[in-house]
Design a protein around this ligand. Structure first.
Ligand SMILES: Cc1cc2nc3c(=O)[nH]c(=O)nc-3n(C[C@H](O)[C@H](O)[C@H](O)COP(=O)(O)OP(=O)(O)OC[C@H]3O[C@@H](n4cnc5c(N)ncnc54)[C@H](O)[C@@H]3O)c2cc1C
Length: 515
């Protein structure tokens, strides 16, 4: 029986300590933390895991340098420390990257002032990353010829971190680690709402694929439904102090703009920071920030024009980017947390904080997770575990370290085996990284199994879809372990094929049928 079917059968059996509604980053880390510490956990998502907001981010684990301007120093300090913690815990998945920013003449801040700001930022991060640099025009021209510097007053460079794969895979890795520790998780299962019956929650759930409904019983209910937290609370009769407002953001993916592995940061015409982010053989450009009322959004012509115009003004490309260069688009809403009372008094939209809040109804053992960022995910997991324990759920392994890559000895053994079988002879010339690093980053200890598959049958190392680096053995592993229900789950979230290869090319790829 397949993993998902088997898990769905288990969902209506017995009483779980905790049911988590929503498998974006907040739900995934809650599941990983609680199951690692020994709770009996169920996790459901009405879409695929990370199938909503958590697949639309800028893929940055960052301290939020721009929040210095809104004087949100506490948040910046906290996010810088969270970023450092992620980089230390996930050395292959979360890596330091340089940001090169140019400032135009007449901009509201002089480059020297902003450069001083990057030192403050660096200190907020305890000097964990490489030091900032002030850049004059000749240096910018030499180091990054793609930048148009005619109108620049100068620039600077500083460090932050990025998720080397993509956000949705990063999230799925927490779901997978929760399942490895006993969590019963299923995608495409919707919560229709829950009622409190004595000391238990009884949630009504619907398998979105076959339409069957069933009940899930738990002592604690965690609402991690992202932009739908308020809606789910309405379904459940929960009142909360906080609510969500939505800010829409888009990214466009275009052919590679520069081979240099750094992010280019600019201030757009509306004064907001936007980025040119390397994505393998592609470049991702974004983002925007506009208030919307509904979580369901799409990229409009106006959005495309805004991003393309801004980028064409600031880069010196052989020819300007046009709509025809767009390979894929991303669009989502940031769920921003506000106090219910403050909602009517918001004067400056951009100044709204990006922090998270967890509202707890102790009497009914209910948690609602509002806001947050991928960067802060380990703190959210720890905080949720702390609250659940206070609510009386026994966590037999309270000190268990539920996050992070495996012990270095496992990596050493993996590298040794990879070397002995000459795995890197399968790396293409011109690949962004060696096959040894790629497989480890994506599968960590499970990559040992892939080595075994390739040793048994070298065809398993063949690339399945041209223009990507996905090997046949990865598809087999994904089918077994990654709960893929729809092709999109694999193409868009477990891998990033749908982001880097045009739709037409995917459709005609010979390996697609096999996938
Ligand atoms: C454009 C943009 C750029 C961003 N860039 C960054 C960045 O670079 N770095 C960073 O740290 N953060 C970034 N963020 C913020 C970050 O992506 C979000 O804060 C985060 O992904 C929200 O995660 P979540 O788990 O709360 O919500 P989601 O990821 O939306 O997860 C909620 C899940 O709940 C499920 N759900 C809803 N209702 C139900 C129900 N009734 N039953 C079952 N399941 C349900 C949904 O299907 C969904 O999968 C960005 C966000 C945007 C939009």
């Amino acid at each position: 029986m397949k993993l998902r079917e088997s898990n769905i059968r288990k969902l209506d059996q017995g009483v779980y300590d905790v049911l988590i509604v929503g498998g974006g980053i907040n739900g995934a880390v809650s599941a990983a933390a609680l199951s690692g510490k020994g709770a009996r956990v169920a996790l459901i998502d009405q879409r695929d895991f990370a199938g909503f907001t958590s697949q639309q981010s800028s893929n940055l684990a960052w301290g939020g340098i721009k929040y210095l301007e809104s004087h949100d120093y506490g948040l910046v300090r906290k996010l810088c420390l969270s970023r450092n913690h992620l980089m230390r815990s996930y050395p292959s998945r979360v890596r330091e990257i340089r940001f090169l920013s140019t400032i135009e003449k007449g901009f509201r801040f002089h480059p020297w002032f902003l450069w001083a700001g990057t030192w403050v930022y660096w200190l907020f991060g305890n000097g964990f990353t490489r030091i900032p640099r002030l850049l004059f025009k000749p240096t910018i021209r030499r180091e990054e010829p793609a930048i148009a510097i005619e109108n620049a007053a100068g620039g600077f460079e500083y460090s932050d971190a990025y998720l080397c794969d993509n956000d949705s895979r990063f999230v799925f890795q927490f779901v997978r680690s929760a399942m490895d520790r006993g969590c019963i998780a299923a995608n495409y299962v919707e919560s229709l709402g829950a009622r409190r019956d004595g000391d238990l929650w009884i949630a009504r759930a619907r398998d979105v694929i076959d339409g069957k409904t069933f009940e899930i019983r738990s002592k604690v209910l965690i609402n991690a439904a992202g932009p739908f937290v308020d809606e789910h609370n309405r379904r459940t009769g929960e009142q909360t102090e906080h609510h969500h407002l939505f800010s829409k953001g888009i990214h466009l993916i275009v052919p590679q703009i520069t081979p240099n592995p750094r992010i280019l940061a600019f201030f757009a015409d509306d004064g907001r920071l936007f980025f040119v982010i390397p994505m393998g053989a592609r470049t991702c450009i974004g983002t925007t920030d506009s208030r919307v009322e509904s979580p369901f959004t799409e990229v409009t012509d106006e959005d495309r024009r805004f991003v393309l115009d801004n980028i064409n003004k600031r880069l010196k490309l052989p020819r300007p980017l046009t709509r025809a260069d767009i390979i894929a688009e991303r669009c989502g809403v940031r769920p921003l947390v506000v106090k219910a009372k403050a909602e009517g008094n918001i004067r400056d939209w951009m100044q709204l904080s990006r922090k998270h809040e967890i509202d707890v109804n102790r009497g009914r053992a209910h948690l609602s997770i509002f806001g947050g960022k991928l960067t802060d995910c380990v703190n959210v997991g720890d905080e949720v575990a702390g609250i659940v324990s206070e609510l009386g759920v026994d966590l037999p392994y309270p000190r268990y370290k539920w996050y992070g890559e495996p012990h270095p000895s496992v990596l050493e053994e993996y590298r040794h085996q990879a070397q002995l079988m000459n795995l890197d002879s399968y790396t293409f010339p011109g690949a962004m990284e060696s096959l040894t690093s790629r497989l480890w980053r994506r599968y960590d200890e499970k990559a040992l199994r892939l080595l075994e598959d390739i040793r048994e049958d070298p065809r398993q190392a063949e690339v399945l879809i041209e223009g990507t680096e996905y090997r046949r053995c990865e598809i087999a592993l994904a089918t077994r372990q990654e709960m893929i229900v729809k092709l999109e789950d694999f193409l868009r979230r477990r891998s990033k094929i749908a982001l880097v290869v045009r739709r037409e090319d995917i459709r005609t790829a010979p390996g697609l049928m096999e996938a």
